[in-house]
Design a binder for this molecule. Structure first.
Ligand code: ARG
Length: 560
């Protein structure tokens, strides 16, 4: 609000040479709070106005007037604005209290649909850390999109097809043990798959066997098909345990194999548009103009591949949902693939192709190194979640043994810790996995945030907070930093969607909780005269913190 008012006043004062939008863009937040709440740099005006930046700032300062501003000062070429703290505080708190669930909400996504391709683990393999990242980042982006008014469709595009299943079938045929697989599907299937690779390096005829099995699968040979269906079923059961722990669900779970018999129209269209070329027996779409390798559509042996399926799936999704944006939350390793898919869709003439976006993210590292299934270096996600929950429960046992519903709280804390550890990093960066770091109460962790919430909630109970509050009359140096952060929340939500980056919210929540803890430590809230007014601020803090955590996909226990 205040930024808009400031820009509006400046644009009236400066005349038509500078647009209000441009002015708005220039407005900054001073790094140091004592310099004010907003700052407008006058340097870019100097040439046109033929005056020094500090003269311009000095001339403008006395002319800036509004209830929301307390003072305007010229300082080193900047026009610095100090907000009227009590006015802004009152306005902010009323805004939060009017409809707490709507605070931070936007409507620019109203009537629009975002489709998210997220999670997408591969059957018969453990759910990897990469898939965890895709799941929690995708889920948070979906929540943030909804907060901005969009309708979302979360799709889990299960990896259930490809030549590797030929190898797996061959391996099962040699060493498969139904009982063992039933008892521990992903572990057992991975084991025979790895064994197959080891054996094949000694005996290359196995590769041929794998190929034969894949052919059988492609021809829907009943034994192959039945086993494949079974692998898929048991894998999904395992994945669902993880989704349940994470509290994440999908609107559609549809594997790659679904598109097996639906790719011909895609290939026909590629031909029709003259995009297909033959290259060493294979069919490709050359992408020389774009300076990237050709997109492989059909292999020399006639089989179609990953890209062809993704092209077909994208077209199908547009037909089903008429999306305004299609986000693919998939690791950096697949950047080229999604570049190719997008360009090919554009060449096919789909105007919506420009709204197809790859949302890449970095890797999860262990001791600075990539985790790999083959070398047994993976960390199993289900174990991680369970260990996190167990650690949280030990913590509760130490700190608050008489807590009710301990196991529920342990789950909220443990799972929250794993989610937050991921989301607090800029999604592009690699993340070092560490269970210890996730769970400490100090530092930038989920328990730290959840604990700040619990502390604030208990203040509300102890102080018998009256929710019918009307006027707050707050606004002093102790409350101001917290109020300012609460004000920022809607902007943070918007920015986080614009960059498709939940870490903007995660980092903001840490700042928010730190400001609250400082406020809590410095002002004896429960002993003050204007108790209810102060509790209003505490209440507003709980609303924003809980809402922000929910956007990240985390729960907030009332007690812990
Ligand atoms: N299952 C794939 C993998 O684990 C990811 C799929 C991503 N989504 C897509 N539409 N290609 O590598």
């Amino acid at each position: 609000m205040e930024k808009h008012i400031f820009a509006l006043q400046l644009s009236h004062l400066l005349g038509e040479t500078f647009t209000r939008e441009w002015i708005y863009e220039q407005i900054e937040t001073p790094k140091q709070a004592h310099l004010g709440d907003l700052a407008f740099p006058c340097f870019p005006l100097a040439r046109t106005l033929r005056k020094s930046p500090s003269d311009i700032a000095a001339e403008l300062a006395p002319k800036i007037k509004h209830d929301v501003f307390a003072d305007a000062k010229s300082n080193g070429g900047y026009l610095n604005i100090f907000l009227n703290q009590s006015f802004v505080t009152d306005h902010t708190l009323k805004q939060v209290l009017t409809d707490p669930s709507l605070y931070g909400h936007h409507d620019f996504g109203d009537g629009k649909t975002v489709v998210l391709d997220m999670s997408a683990p591969n059957i018969a393999k453990p759910f990897s850390m990469g898939h965890l990242r895709s799941t929690v980042i995708g889920n948070a982006i979906a929540n943030i999109a909804e907060k901005c008014g969009y309708k979302t469709v979360k799709i889990n595009y299960i990896g259930d097809y490809g030549t590797q299943f030929g190898k797996l079938l061959a391996a099962y045929n040699k060493w498969g043990d139904e009982e063992k697989i039933k008892a521990n599907p992903l572990k057992e299937l991975t084991k025979i798959y790895v064994k197959f690779h080891e054996a094949a390096s000694e005996d290359p005829s196995l590769i041929e066997e794998g190929r034969d099995w894949f052919k059988k699968l492609e021809q829907q040979h009943s034994e192959a098909l039945q086993l494949w269906k079974w692998f898929k079923e048991v894998s999904l059961e395992e994945f669902n345990k993880i989704y349940e722990l994470l509290g994440i669900s999908f609107d559609l779970t549809r594997g790659e194999a679904y598109y097996n018999d639906k790719m011909e129209p895609t290939i026909d269209l590629l031909k029709e548009k003259g995009l297909l070329e033959e290259s060493e027996g294979a069919q490709v779409v050359p992408l020389d103009e774009e300076n990237i390798p050709p997109c492989l559509i059909r292999k020399s042996n006639g089989t179609t591949i990953y890209a062809t399926r993704d092209l077909t799936a994208a077209i199908d999704r547009f037909q089903s949902y008429h999306f305004d944006e299609a986000l693919y939350v998939v690791g950096h390793e697949q950047t080229l693939h999604f570049q190719q898919v997008k360009v090919v869709l554009e060449k096919m003439g789909f105007s919506w192709a420009k709204e197809v976006k790859h949302i890449p993210f970095g890797m999860m590292l262990k001791d600075g190194k990539k985790m790999s299934t083959r070398q047994g270096k993976t960390i199993l996600l289900e174990e991680v979640l369970k260990e996190a929950i167990q650690k949280a429960s030990i913590n509760i046992e130490e700190k608050n043994p008489s807590l009710k519903n301990k196991s529920e709280v342990a789950k909220q804390v443990g799972v929250g810790a794993v989610i937050f550890h991921d989301l607090k990093h800029d999604r592009h960066n690699d993340v070092e996995f560490s269970l210890e770091d996730m769970l400490t109460f100090e530092g930038n962790t989920a328990p730290y945030l959840q604990y700040a919430y619990v502390r604030a909630s208990s203040l509300l109970t102890k102080g018998k907070f009256d929710y019918e509050v009307t006027s707050t009359e707050l606004g002093d140096s102790l409350t101001w930093p917290l109020v300012k952060l609460i004000r920022e929340y809607p902007y943070v939500v918007k920015d986080s969607y614009a960059k498709y980056d939940p870490s903007k919210i995660a980092k903001y929540l840490l700042d928010l909780a730190k400001a609250f803890n400082k406020y809590y430590a410095e002002s004896k809230i429960l002993e003050s005269d204007n108790l209810n007014a102060k509790l209003t601020l505490v209440y507003a803090f709980t609303i924003v913190l809980k809402d922000g955590l929910a956007l990240l996909g985390m729960e907030t226990p009332e007690k812990m």
